[in-house]
Ligand binder design. Structure first.
Ligand code: EPU
Length: 429
């Protein structure tokens, strides 16, 4: 638990070389494991990343009564016993994605109790939209001593009622959770201003193959005709490639690779990142399922504004800021999704970056400044990886404590990075 990463900075520019393979998307695999609750029979998964958050999600499902079998990047989930309706408090508080379970659980059992979900401290991250969605679907919501209780009002097999619901913010997990919940409702649900992140389409496509009726995929209006519990009949959900991991590797390559190929990714999901990296001066070749990047001799400052998909992803903002510390000129970075997601820049400033914070949503980065290795505390999953990337281009040694955060999101990162020339070690304190 107390592991840390020690990264020794490159001795010369453009020292990385080779290829790196992208794993399954954390933020599809977690949600897909949650949808197992919508099935009468066993659901199998492949390309499931071997990361901390998946372990936590499996434990949460087991706590609800699931029988889980795990293999090499494979998981099988089935419910042989009675299903519990209360999420394990301690585990649910460790991970934001625990809230996703509440939708399919409510659809299946008509009731759910859960604590305020935890997760990375990157902003307020309320659950009001989920709760309003459940109310709209005909459930009663109460809160007592920090625990939410949601109960379908009507009795019977399919206790929730289809509805029209407008998301005041296109929240990714609220879209996915309410979509799953509506599969189990009676009648038709229309979700408006739905998030467009491609993982939602991947989840819905599989659900449709198994009997669900979800349309409007890839658009802001999802229509779900409630069908009740689904049957997988041996179908396997293949987790799509992690676009956040791919985008972060692309940035690492743009900073430090003679040539780096990122394999097994979906370039069409990465247009905003590819565009930003190219505008900054790096060369990117786009293949059918791979990207090849060569570092620029000189990087140029580009302004970044995070945005819901297909805009620039907030989860790639921290690695991009590391790139901007090496770019000539001044770049404004506007984090529009989360108000606490720029705090990690303080660590980069300690390494020598010239960063000015204007407010909780905006920093300007003045480059190019040489970074120097420092001891840093990994603050969340994505910023933890950004510190690793900063360590690669810094002079001297960078120690990133709290490797746990990086392990939550990236499988065996040190082994994979070492294979392309990064000098990184894991140390156990
Ligand atoms: N929001 C509300 N009320 C709600 C829900 C969300 O106001 O009930 C607000 C949030 O406060 C935020 C905005 O909506 O300002 C968007 O947040 P969203 O709900 O879309 O984020 P999320 O669903 O909690 C997922 C990913 C995050 C990723 C964001 C944005 C998962 C498990 N998490 O979070 O991933 O940053 O979408 O793309 O899918 C990560 O993987 O490190 C991570 C933080």
């Amino acid at each position: 638990m107390n592991d840390m990463f020690v990264v020794r900075g490159r001795t010369k520019k453009q020292s990385l070389w080779g290829s790196i393979t992208v794993g399954g998307a954390k933020n599809a695999a977690l949600q897909a494991l949650a949808f197992s609750l919508l099935f009468k029979d066993a659901v199998s998964y492949e390309r499931v990343p071997h990361i901390e958050d998946i372990d936590r999600m499996c434990e949460l499902l087991e706590g609800l009564g699931a029988t889980i079998t795990r293999g090499d990047h494979a998981v099988k989930v089935e419910y042989l016993d009675t299903i519990e309706t209360r999420l394990d408090e301690e585990r649910a508080k460790r991970m934001r994605a625990s809230v996703v379970l509440t939708g399919p659980l409510l659809a299946r059992t008509g009731t759910v109790q859960f604590p305020f979900p935890g997760g990375c401290v990157i902003g307020k991250r309320p659950v009001d939209i989920f709760l309003d969605g459940y109310r709209a679907l005909g459930a009663k919501v109460s809160e007592d001593d920090g625990e939410f209780s949601v109960k379908a009002i009507s009795k019977g097999e399919r206790t929730l009622r289809g509805t029209e619901f407008f998301l005041r913010v296109p929240s990714v997990t609220a879209t996915q959770t309410l979509m799953m919940c509506a599969v189990g409702a009676e009648g038709t649900t229309v979700i408006k201003n739905a998030a467009l992140e491609p993982e939602t389409e991947s989840l819905a496509t599989f659900l449709n193959e198994c009997g669900a009726n979800i349309s409007g995929l890839g658009t802001p209006t999802l229509t779900i005709v409630g069908t009740g519990l689904l049957e997988a009949r041996g179908r396997v959900y293949r987790v799509p490639p992690d676009r956040i991991e791919a985008g972060s590797f692309l940035i690492l390559g743009a900073l430090a690779a003679k040539e780096l190929t990122i394999d097994d990714c979906e370039p069409s999901h990465l247009e905003a990142v590819i565009d930003a990296v190219r505008r900054a001066g790096a060369e990117v070749d786009v293949g059918a399922s791979s990207l090849t990047v060569r570092a620029a001799k000189k990087l140029r400052a580009v302004d970044i504004k995070t945005h819901e998909y297909p805009g620039f992803p907030t989860d790639v903002q921290a690695p991009m800021v590391v790139l901007l510390t090496q770019a000539e000129g001044e770049a404004l970075v506007f984090e529009t999704i989360f108000e606490g997601r720029l705090n990690y820049t303080e660590g980069l400033a300690r390494m020598g970056a010239s960063i000015k914070m204007w407010d909780t949503h905006r920093v300007s980065v003045h480059g190019a400044e040489r970074l120097h290795g420092k001891e840093l505390e990994g603050p969340d999953i994505r910023a933890g990886l950004a510190y690793v990337i900063a360590g690669v281009i810094a002079e001297g040694e960078t120690v990133i404590h709290n490797a746990y955060y990086v392990d939550r999101g990236y499988e065996s990162i040190e082994t994979r990075l070492r294979a392309i020339g990064v000098d990184i070690q894991r140390m156990t304190a």
